[in-house]
Design a protein around this ligand. Sequence first.
Ligand SMILES: [Zn+2]
Ligand SMILES: [Zn+2]
Length: 273
Amino acid sequence: MAFTDSHAHLGDARFAEDREAVLARARDAGLERILAIAEASQPDDCRQTLALAENNDFVWAAVGIHPHEARHATEELLAQQEARVRSPRVVAWGEIGLDYHYDHSPRDVQQAVFCRQLQCARGARLPVIIHCREAWEDCLRILSQEWARAGLGGVLHCFSGTPQVARRALDWGFLISFAGNVTFPRAENLRQAARSVPIASLLVETDSPYLAPQAVRGKRNEPAYVVEVAGELARLHQLTRDEMGRRTGENFLRLFARARAPAKREPWPSSPR
Ligand SMILES: [Zn+2]
Ligand SMILES: [Zn+2]
């Protein structure tokens, strides 16, 4: 048993009461690592997430300005970001991207902030975590212009696109991460996309506390349930669940070079907020 949750919002307020118990259950379920995603514009989320990564060898962090929050992006916030990602516990820049389903920020602002963060991530030499919902045409265009040649790769997280979209991203060195919605009865299109991605390019995630898989649907999601997602991908690719866990863990380590380093915890280069 060795699983990797490539995307969990451990700093979310819904984990405030029982964060340690959530991590203990993750370990009991066989998780070897969790990538905790913090929202750069929310100081409390960042503080919680970075502290967890600092205090737990099996937790790594990513920080970015989510497309929902793009309207709050400032040069000051980006400068804070650049300081945060210097921590050896931060392995990726994200999640960043475009969300035209909710349109919480104007689309032109989302695009500008997405481009800007891709430039910053290039400067920091970090892979990116991409959130894209109902915006594939613009997302692929921006990635082809701003990212494809960087050679740093990234993750299309909580994948909701077509096999064709996945193939473009694979050409640019991306991994494709599937979440609990791949287990939903009516998600045949997602399962078709998951079948189309080679095993060497797959990741599994919970996106917890959101998107609990079918077996626990309606509950608060948590990293331990990534085993359900691995089970579904295993079924689609005719592997055992443990084998899928092991393979997706290898993929994670191949992409996130910093997570391969010995679990040495160093003080933060500047006080994270
Ligand atoms: Zn997302
Ligand atoms: Zn997320």
